[in-house]
Design a protein around this ligand. Structure first.
Ligand code: DAT
Ligand code: MG
Length: 148
């Protein structure tokens, strides 16, 4: 079953939206496989956003991500990567549609509440950055056959 990394970024934690955001993913049918509160070191943040190194917003982005606790989560389910990306909405909160996390709770580009892996390959890489293998808990949801 596909897994994806979700981060509730420091703005989401500071604004006490962890429960709201995780609740949406849970209700959709994704299951929690790992979760922890992390204050990432710059090295971890830099690895996580390595693809953006050199861009004008990169330093500010790293400062933001290392500036407070982040709730790191692994979610599992059918098409988990795409399901989470759709539920997050587009990067700019001002443009993200209502009904999405970013569309409902923000208007910033940088402080956009959540990260979700953008491909299954990147999900595996990112999960490996944020979690040790023994932190992932494999389990079966009792009503899985109803969820898909
Ligand atoms: P996403 O998080 O939707 O995958 P991304 O990978 O393009 O977006 O960028 C990573 C994060 O960097 C994004 O969540 C917010 C920040 N960011 C992207 N473009 C930005 C910009 N033009 N100005 C400021 N921050 C930006
Ligand atoms: Mg991205």
């Amino acid at each position: 079953m596909q897994q994806t990394l979700v981060l509730i970024k420091p703005d989401g934690v500071q604004r006490r939206l962890c429960g709201e955001i995780i609740g949406r993913f849970e209700k959709k049918g994704l299951r929690l496989v790992a979760a922890k509160l992390v204050r990432p070191a710059r090295e971890l943040a830099a690895k996580h956003y390595a693809v953006h190194a050199g861009k004008p917003f990169y330093d500010s982005l790293l400062q933001f991500l290392t500036g407070g606790p982040t709730f790191a989560i692994v979610l599992e389910g059918r098409e988990a990567v795409a399901v989470v990306r759709n539920m997050m909405g587009s990067t700019d909160g001002a443009k993200a549609p209502p009904g999405t996390v970013r569309g409902d709770f923000g208007i910033s580009v940088q402080n956009n509440l959540v990260h979700g892996s953008d491909s299954p390959e990147n999900a595996d890489l990112e999960i490996g950055l944020w979690f040790q293998p023994d932190e992932l808990v494999s389990w079966t949801v009792a009503d899985q056959s109803w969820i898909g």
